[in-house]
Design a protein around this ligand. Structure first.
Ligand SMILES: [Cu+2]
Length: 114
């Protein structure tokens, strides 16, 4: 009886472990790079992610971002700055809901050259 319960417990634990959360794999612009123009902001995930919030900050503070991707889970999230952005250092922060239901968040940054 105890052996059966233990076997069931091990099965339950390994089933949970195999359902990993979605993770970011790559971004545009690439993290820690210098670019001349930013007309697309994208984040690629290994499994679908429902991106619930994205914020971008730069030398003049918050930057308006237009979402191309809505609130549906995607493996590639797409957005763009609402207007041309000046040279400087930028950071993008996002929050989302992983395919396994876990809340996730991440940041990446880049420099726009003169
Ligand atoms: Cu997870």
């Amino acid at each position: 009886m105890i052996r059966t319960a233990l076997a069931t417990l091990i099965l339950a634990v390994s089933a949970t472990a195999s359902l990993a959360h979605s993770k970011p794999e790559d971004t545009t612009p690439v993290n820690d790079t210098t670019v001349e123009v930013v007309d697309v902001i994208s984040i690629r995930f290994n499994d679908p992610m429902r991106v619930t919030a994205i914020t971008m900050t730069g030398p003049n503070g918050a930057v308006d971002v237009d979402r191309e991707t809505g609130l549906e889970p995607v493996t590639e999230f797409l957005a763009a700055p609402a207007a041309a952005i000046p040279a400087g250092v930028y950071a993008v922060e996002w929050r989302g809901l992983s395919a396994d239901g876990h809340p996730m968040q991440g940041t990446f940054g880049f420099t726009v050259s003169e």
